[in-house]
Design a binder for this molecule. Structure first.
Ligand code: SF4
Length: 456
């Protein structure tokens, strides 16, 4: 069996499964957020009754992150619904934007979109917060009401996005009927060269197979190149499995995985026991591809979908209006460090926004010093508009007052993961997906630029 099949067999209580089997799978964690949480709660109440309790109070994780720092009352109401549900159900893991369990969050115009407007529990973007807060464990099954739930495959688990109806069912029963996906095998060899990042790797792969090339398939990444990647890198790759239509993305378990997971579970007091899955000799793959990381170059996915692959060096005629750093794909500490390395001591030529994925990442950037300045100060000195209000922000557009949202038909180079028309706001805007290094180089020149230009 492949890694995915082994996890699904275990979660279904079977000795083996194969691609195409329909099996009832037990969930280890169900995650929902402010956009889909209210709908999921509605389905749960409708189907199980107004007095029903969730199947396991320790296994439902609620992370508001999408439409948070907005004066839009309907968006704020979504988080109120989550808060009321958590109170009623006695859920343990709710990363609320305020500390008062009976309060309401209100936009503070004095602090505006840039200064911190959240309490001590707030965790930021769900897919980055889940591992930070100790909710991703090898060998487990994670369902989330968000397509990029596949990010957690970086930790050797089966993680996939589900709709509100399925999530309402999981909330009540802890189970879901799943068809076992066939596995596409990506053997990674070599290692990433200077100026080339994990984002380039996954954009390269999506370009190879197309933005529907892995539809309802597991994408298994292994080999020496995979081992050379950090956990942040693996998250970037697994995160975008869905941009090829993948059911999930998954990496092997190794010492790096163990150290990260053990440390985060201990830090947060979450369940520490887990059983990883290892590769078998008899894996059956539906496709086999080898990617040599040494040969990759800075890559861009052009408007209007993540499969429109070109090399950054072939795109230098494309003028830009905006650059955007952030999201569950490109808003991690390591992403911002790669971004800052290129911007340090220089000045951006276009509007450039920086949104850390989580408060912990914002704190890291305000703490790590290069010389006499923090990374945060270096970015601000370079002209980047940084916000402390970690979250999804403009990655998916959101209300019109969302920080960094494209309210006009602009061309933007972005470290995010999706660029369908209208994704970041205006329906006639264009989004070019790229690595943090390419976003930084392009912000400096005002046109799409290969970051190796700035690397001595
Ligand atoms: S950062 Fe973007 S892609 Fe990630 S969860 Fe938020 S909206 Fe979705």
């Amino acid at each position: 069996m492949t890694l995915t099949e082994k996890i699904l067999a275990r979660a279904a209580g079977k000795s083996s499964v194969q691609a195409g089997d329909n099996v009832w799978v037990s969930a280890d964690v169900l995650m929902t957020h402010d956009v889909c949480g209210p709908g999921t709660i509605g389905v749960f109440r409708r189907e199980f009754g107004s007095q029903a309790k969730v199947w396991d109070r320790e296994k439902v994780v609620i992370i508001p992150d999408h439409y948070i720092f907005s004066a839009d009352s309907k968006s704020n109401r979504n988080v109120d619904i989550l808060r009321e549900f958590v109170q009623e159900q006695g859920l343990r893991y709710f990363y609320d934007v305020i500390d008062d369990p009976h309060g309401k969050w209100v936009f503070d115009a004095v602090k505006g979109p840039v200064r911190r407007q959240f309490g001590s529990k707030y965790a930021g973007v769900c897919h980055t917060a889940l591992p930070e807060k100790g909710h991703t464990r090898p060998g487990e099954v994670l369902f989330g009401t968000d397509s990029h739930t596949c990010t957690a495959g970086a930790f050797n688990e089966f993680a996939t996005g589900i709709g509100n109806t399925d999530a309402g069912f999981v909330m009540g029963t802890g189970k879901l009927l799943l068809k076992v996906p066939a596995t596409m095998h990506f053997r990674l060899e070599g290692q990433l060269q200077p100026g080339v990042m994990a984002k380039d790797l996954i954009l390269h792969i999506i370009g190879e197979i197309g933005f529907d090339g892995a539809t309802y398939r597991a994408m298994q990444f292994d080999g020496p190149g995979a081992s050379s990647l950090s956990l942040d890198d693996r998250m970037t790759v697994a995160n975008m499995a869905i941009e090829a239509g993948g059911k999930n993305g998954i990496f092997e378990f190794d010492q790096k995985t163990k150290e990260y997971v053990d440390q985060r579970c201990a830090l947060n007091g979450t369940r520490a026991a887990y059983t990883p899955v290892e590769r078998d000799r008899d894996e059956a793959f539906i496709a086999d591809l080898v990617v040599d990381l040494n040969r990759l170059e800075p890559t861009v996915a052009c408007h209007p979908d993540p499969g429109q692959r070109k090399l950054a060096k072939q795109m230098e005629q494309v003028k830009l209006d905006r650059a955007y750093m952030g999201s569950c794909t490109g808003g991690k500490t390591s992403d911002f460090l790669a971004f800052a390395k290129i911007l340090a001591g220089k000045r951006v030529a276009i509007d450039t926004f920086g949104v850390p994925a989580t408060p912990e990442i914002a704190t890291n950037l305000q703490t790590i010093r290069w010389g006499d300045k923090t990374v945060w100060q270096i970015l601000q000195d370079a002209g980047v508009q940084m916000t402390e209000n970690a979250g999804c922000a403009a990655c998916l557009g959101g209300p019109v007052d969302t920080f960094g949202r494209m309210n006009q038909p602009l061309k933007c180079i972005s470290a995010t993961n999706r660029n369908f028309p209208g994704r970041m706001g205006h329906k006639d805007s264009q989004v070019f997906l790229a690595s943090p290094a390419t976003v930084a180089a392009s912000a400096l020149t005002g046109k799409i630029t290969d970051p190796r230009t700035f690397i001595a």
